[in-house]
Design a protein around this ligand. Sequence first.
Ligand code: MN
Length: 731
Amino acid sequence: MTKMDDIAEKYRQLETVILNNHPDSDMDRIRAAFEFALEAHDTQMRKDGTKFITHPLAAATIVAEIGLDEDSLCAALLHDCIEDTSATFDDINKLFGKDVAEIVDGVTKLSRVTYTSKEEEQMENLRKMLIAMAQDIRVILIKIADRLHNMRTMEYVSEDKQREKALETMEMYAPIAHRLGMQKIKWELEDLSIQYLDPVGCYEITEGLKLRRVEDESFFRLIQTKITERLAGNGIQCEVNGRIKHLYSIYRKMYGENKVLSEVLDLYAFRVIVNNIADCYNVLGYIHDMFKPMPGCFKDYIGTPKPNMYQSLHTNVIGSEGIPFEVQIRTWEMHQTAEYGIAAHWKYKEGKGGKVADEEKFAWIRRLLESQQDGDAQDFLHALKVDMFADEVFVFTPGGDVINLPAGSTPIDFAYNIHSEVGNRMTGALVNGRIVPYAHTLRSGDIVKILTSNSAKGPSRDWLEIIKSPEARNKIRQWFKKERREENIIHGKMAFESELRHSNIQLADITRDDVLPKVLARASFRSLDELYAAIGYGGITTQKIVNKIRDDVRASVKTRKKEELPTKPEKKEETRIKPVKGVMVEGLGNCLVKFARCCSPVPGDPVVGFITKGYGVSVHHQDCINYIKADKDSEAAERRWVHVAWANTEGRDYSTTIYMTIRERIGIVVDVATVLNTLNIRIVSFNSKNNWDGNVSVTVVVDVKSRDELVTAMAKLMSVPGVIDVRRAGG
Ligand code: MN
């Protein structure tokens, strides 16, 4: 039984903490919230036999310690009222205002999110979903305080429940606390959880630490005294604390790296807190003078703060006792930030899962934190009320997985996110158990179920108008493309043959029995039709395929030629005619030469000349449609089409046109230009046009020296994300 005196005493303690952090708080309002909760929970008891009010009271005290505002304190006191008592949103709204009511409502909603342990990627989505649902970061902070108190008082809860809550805390709440920079709370959550998750392993550690406690304590005293005396002797005011690293960090070292306690070297950490930044560096000098610094272990987070505002000097040293330890040096202000957040230590010693990947993964919280760098804690919390995830929505599958979609997404987006077959067979959707139209906008926390049928007639073109995710868009387009396979094969074959001609390869060189299997294997297709179809619907570009197979085919052609023609072919005698613009025209010297604009050939291309009326010789690509279509059989034509060849073209630039199809995205134009720039290719002109299908057609005129240079550039362009196709002008 809790006596009312105890409760009154606890409330006085809460008041003291509040007045320490926010002396100007409206204490009457906070007391009113307390009394409202006291009455609402009047008859409820906790598992440990205390009156229920002790729980919101304790949660509020944690919230006060973090330094949250008055609204948060009221909300913390009231946080279980809507869920567990007859009190309603309107009651709280009327008495304590909309902000408080909404925070309480938010905490209540979070409590209803069902949790099951999942793979890391899913967990990350679930964490984001919680934060997205919270809308106000204070909801999350109160939820964390709520969880912390529950974890502190789990003794009388059933063993199953203990483990379940501990796992949830370890996977959800500790990482969130971590990323919000609430170091102290994160540690406590982890230490409490691991004791329920692995009591035996923890027992080993705590017993081990107990055995060496006397030793450790004298070590702490020794170092502490050494540092304090030296600094005091030099007129530096400071506080020096020594501590053993927290339980879970030792646990991870021992069981993660398979060590025994005595092998865990960096067990000890000392913290020196001083009044100003200049003293931080002074202290560092003295520390390095007293103890031997370990090379490469010094970090200056004051000069270069972490993105989350964390600041401290870190150094690892060894004393004459031969025991290594870490020293963190910081000002009081830095200390507050490090303990209670604004800051997020999401980058700091978080598993061995690769720092870069983590950074990517947590870019969302980084964005969130970076936009807040200038404000103090209060501003930070207020600013976070608005659109934390304005551009994302998180919804559940019926199985409890979290799916992350762009804001405004519809059930169609959801269906295609699950699998293209689910989308293609979709006949309807249920959101939270109710049938909704296809265009329905999903909201965070919705449970979405897709109805499918094997006789569904497939996606409709209208869907492209209402969906929001590029993924769904691509899959729907893909469907339309695949439905027209015959057509695709024809288009694909034509495109492929044309590309082969560019590379001076005959289709017959490829279809030979001894070559075809090799070529298909290299290009990863099972049959030529499949390859054509893939080209036809844009699944792969002809250029990519030809690049892959070119060497194989040429090698086989070469060996065959050797076998068939053992004698060296006679070398053609070169006509001694002076080249014009790098081109030699058969039988003609010093004539006017221009390059056909329809195909703009460059050195290395197979070319042919056309004698124009009055403008000299126009040089075309042999693949140019104007040459192919031209009637070359008539006598007149025979006289006009002439052989031309490239001579030494060194140092000369040739203008040519590249056509590209790209998927629109921010920055793609810059990326394309950058590729050409790095290759030192001059852009003569750059035009783009939006297509009906949402892609963009780009026409670039560039100056190049040779076909090789052009081919390299096109291959590079092809690898720019978002580029669908790169082609040359072909007349
Ligand atoms: Mn609670």
